[in-house]
Design a protein around this ligand. Structure first.
Ligand code: C2E
Ligand code: CA
Ligand code: CA
Ligand code: CA
Length: 279
């Protein structure tokens, strides 16, 4: 039977096996990794396009794995969303983000809000608002200092379950950012139903080769719509001067991307922060 399969199939088969081994390794080592703090929180700047001022930062998790090296969130987040470990990891990241802001506040230096990612799987936990509130209070912060990025796909699949949770978080004073806007398919519906504060649009949308003109028009429309709804718009993945120019021309006020700075370890971000003027 073996000789029956061609080389391509064998290769395909091999990459699946590799992926499965990696997944298993990830699952076997995740708990000790969390205890040993092999997970690290990087920060990426969010900038006001008009004046180049820093207006916030996004906390992004990194995993320095002893055998696998630097593992990308794209490889382990989906695994943790499936097996439920994401809630433990996210709480670790949220706590770190609050501790960082707590330090800024007590040092009375520059202060900016930090956004954290809230996975769709986290929403199911009934204690979520309480957990977040406690972290904020323990670090001498206001809920409005912590921005919660919730990916659009979460709204699409469970919007009935999600609405009361978002409303509760809003009531408590947290700022809600809709992440990856435009990737789902009932965006307009969710936009009208959910009390969100910020819209994050991924420039990946413009990088696709097909229908570039049309994509630009849609992007312009979305930015106008968000401006009319008094939502803040943050474009994500801005890498070039041309993209910043285009965003400015389209009326988009804020951007995050390699053009302004990559996600960086806390020490590097601290240096970056101390050289900035804060808006
Ligand atoms: P995301 O929330 O959409 O985060 C933005 C991603 O775009 C990050 O990838 C960031 O490094 C990358 N990025 C930023 N600027 C640029 C740019 O100019 N060009 C390009 N090509 N990419 C840029 P990262 O850090 O690999 O994270 C991937 C995804 O993993 C995130 O997408 C988010 O969905 C998830 N993730 C990351 N950290 C966490 C976390 O702590 N908790 C949860 N639940 N998910 C996380
Ligand atoms: Ca995000
Ligand atoms: Ca995003
Ligand atoms: Ca993304």
């Amino acid at each position: 039977i073996k000789g029956f399969f061609d080389k391509r199939f064998a290769c395909y088969d091999d990459s699946i096996r590799k992926k499965m081994i990696m997944e298993q390794n990830i699952i076997d080592t995740m708990r000790e990794a969390l205890e040993r703090e092999d997970f690290q929180v990087y920060l990426q700047p969010k900038v006001e396009i008009g004046n180049g001022r820093l207006m916030g930062a996004e906390a992004l998790v990194r995993w320095q794995h002893p055998q696998l090296g630097m593992v990308s969130p794209g490889d382990f987040i989906p695994v943790f969303e499936k097996n439920g470990f994401i809630y433990a990891l996210d709480q670790f990241v949220w706590r770190k983000a609050c501790e960082i802001m707590g330090r800024w506040k007590s040092e009375k230096g520059a202060f900016i809000p930090v956004s954290v990612n809230v996975s769709r799987a986290d929403i199911y936990h009934v204690d979520l608002p309480g957990v977040l509130m406690k972290m904020v209070e323990e670090n001498g912060l206001e809920p409005g200092n912590l921005h919660l990025e919730i990916t659009e796909s979460a709204y699409v699949s469970d919007s009935r379950q999600l609405l009361p949770v978002i409303e509760r978080l809003k009531e408590l004073g947290f700022i809600i950012e809709m992440d990856d806007f435009g990737n789902g398919y009932s965006s307009l519906n969710t936009l009208s139903e959910l009390p969100i504060d910020v819209l994050k649009i991924d420039l990946e949308f413009l990088r696709m080769r097909k229908n570039v003109m049309r994509r630009k028009q849609i992007m312009r429309f979305v930015i106008n719509l968000a401006n009319e709804l008094r939502l803040q718009v943050i474009a994500e993945g801005a890498e070039t001067e041309e993209q910043i120019e285009l965003l400015r021309e389209m009326g988009c006020e804020y951007a995050q991307g390699y053009y302004y700075g990559r996600p960086m370890p806390q020490d590097d971000f601290q240096d970056y922060l101390s050289k900035q003027t804060i808006s």
